[in-house]
Design a protein around this ligand. Structure first.
Ligand SMILES: Cc1cc2nc3c(=O)[nH]c(=O)nc-3n(C[C@H](O)[C@H](O)[C@H](O)COP(=O)(O)OP(=O)(O)OC[C@H]3O[C@@H](n4cnc5c(N)ncnc54)[C@H](O)[C@@H]3O)c2cc1C
Length: 456
């Protein structure tokens, strides 16, 4: 029996996780990755030889069991670091610590009753079992209902606008419910937030998966773009790439949804139309390498949508600066429509634009603190989770035979994240294996049970 040949478009964590289970089940897998390295949105870059950090800030919650279990499976448990996170809020020229329920109780910018109500919102979120009842409600209405108007105006509205801009009002309660539930489930006994990071960065996880894949004979072709899915008679039979044609029995695309639509000929117009209802935001991330720390806060939300960033994430308050040549690594993040001027700015222009805003928060900050900076941009960084989002999500199985889709926009009711990339990647692998097995009359190599996710 010949091994099924599987071509995977995209070497992010979805593609890598799917490949991991497919190759273990006996498939012949080739991954095509446009970038020079694997990792996708959770990819890293080198600060100096051997010292890597994420292009976009990343951490895990303690409840991210799918990815944490994968780390164990790959024998990388010793690299896991559990860290207490320290969050804050910049509001009307002041920084407020908001790392625990007690901090929230002391946050005098909102009335005491609303502080108490806001404190209970995470508990309320955890008690809601069916996201379906939230699909018809906007995040704004839900937040006002449970946290109060003043809490919404002071805290939530600027944060929602900072994250979703003009789309903020369209965001569904499912999105905020899921965020509150997730953060609430990653808390220590004192109510503080506990996070997980990996020694050697997320790149250490990519390295671990790559080694496991290559051991099983998977070919990973980086710097290779898939230009088109090859469709013959309604069936995917391979991919055309910047390095030539590659024949396959099954194609799995993990690129962003708009990219999938661009590279796939022959999709029914109604299917394309439905997929196009899903809108995306881009992200631009300024990474500063400083010789001084900005503050002791890891995650500072900026509750002022006029700023060119919604968060200041001082990574070296999560993972020691000693791991980064003694430099303080700080991310300034902005989600935005890619038509906004900031998205097209050069690194120098982005820094110059942001500097006065950094100084408004940290008045002593100046260019002499900056050893260097980098700017990373992602065109498809966050799908906008609108009301009744579930109606627009395409299935894993596409209208074209043997062509499968597993992309960030299908993650729901959870929101994108590497944990879900792993969970959904392994889930689509199981579905592909089941489909190939039934088509082939259950060949021996596909009988093995693969990666049952613990969280399903
Ligand atoms: C600012 C930011 C912060 C984040 N923070 C966190 C965090 O703290 N924790 C967390 O877990 N997650 C975080 N995430 C989310 C996480 O990075 C993503 O959910 C996850 O990496 C998505 O993986 P993926 O494989 O589904 O998609 P991607 O990582 O987007 O991978 C898709 C891959 O397909 C490739 N590709 C596209 N087109 C082609 C083509 N034509 N040919 C070949 N290859 C192609 C792309 O280059 C890419 O590598 C964050 C994301 C952003 C943007």
């Amino acid at each position: 029996m010949t091994k099924p040949r599987i071509a995977i478009v995209g070497g992010g964590f979805t593609g890598l996780s799917a490949a991991y289970d497919l190759c273990k089940a006996g498939c012949d897998v080739t991954i095509f990755e446009h970038d020079a390295d694997i990792g996708g949105l959770a990819g890293t870059f080198e600060l100096s030889p051997g010292v890597r950090v994420e292009k976009f800030y990343h951490h895990w919650f303690t409840s991210d069991v799918d990815v944490l279990n994968l780390i164990d499976e790959l024998g990388l448990s010793h690299l896991k670091r559990y860290v207490s996170s320290n969050t804050g809020l910049y509001y009307t020229n002041s920084i407020f610590r908001l790392a625990s329920p007690l901090d929230l109780l002391k946050f005098r910018a909102i009335p005491l009753l609303d502080r108490v109500r806001t404190g209970f919102m995470a508990l309320i979120a955890r008690r809601i079992n069916s996201w379906r009842e939230l699909e018809d409600i906007s995040a704004e209405d839900w937040l006002i209902k449970y946290g109060g108007r003043k809490a919404y105006d002071v805290m939530w509205s600027p944060l929602m606008q900072g994250k979703f801009g003009a789309e903020a009002k369209n965001v569904s309660a499912v999105w905020i419910w899921n965020k509150l539930k997730l953060r609430g489930s990653s808390r220590n006994k004192k109510g503080g937030e506990s996070l997980v990071y990996l020694g050697g960065s997320f790149g250490a996880l990519s390295d671990g998966i790559r080694a496991a894949l290559e051991k099983e004979g998977v070919t990973i072709k980086t710097s290779t773009s898939v230009t088109s899915i090859v469709v013959d008679n309604g069936r995917a039979v391979g991919v055309d790439t910047s390095a030539g044609r590659h024949a396959a029995d099954v194609v799995l695309c993990t690129a962003a949804l708009p990219q999938f639509l661009e590279m796939t000929p022959g999709l029914p117009a109604s299917y394309v139309d439905k997929c196009q209802q899903i809108r995306f935001l881009g992200n631009t991330c300024l990474v500063l390498r400083l010789n001084r720390s900005l503050s002791s806060t890891y995650w500072l939300n900026v509750a002022d949508p006029s700023f060119p960033f919604v968060g200041i994430i001082e990574h070296t308050n999560l993972d020691s600066k000693e791991n980064y040549n003694g430099e303080h690594i700080v991310y300034l993040s902005k989600y935005l429509p890619t038509t906004e001027a900031l998205f097209s700015m050069s690194a120098e222009e982005t820094y110059a634009y942001c500097e006065p805003f950094i100084q408004r928060i940290f008045p002593d900050f100046n260019r002499s603190w900056v050893n260097g900076f980098h700017v990373w941009k992602a065109r498809y960084s966050q799908p906008v989770i609108t009301k009744h989002y579930s109606h627009n999500i395409p299935d894993f199985q596409t209208p074209i035979k043997s062509l499968w889709l597993n992309t960030m926009a299908q993650i729901y009711p959870e929101d994108r994240g590497t944990n879900y990339a792993v969970r959904y990647g392994r889930r689509v692998a199981r579905e592909i294996l089941a489909s190939v097995s039934s088509a082939q009359g259950e060949p021996e190599p596909l009988r093995r049970v693969v990666g049952q996710s613990t969280s399903e």
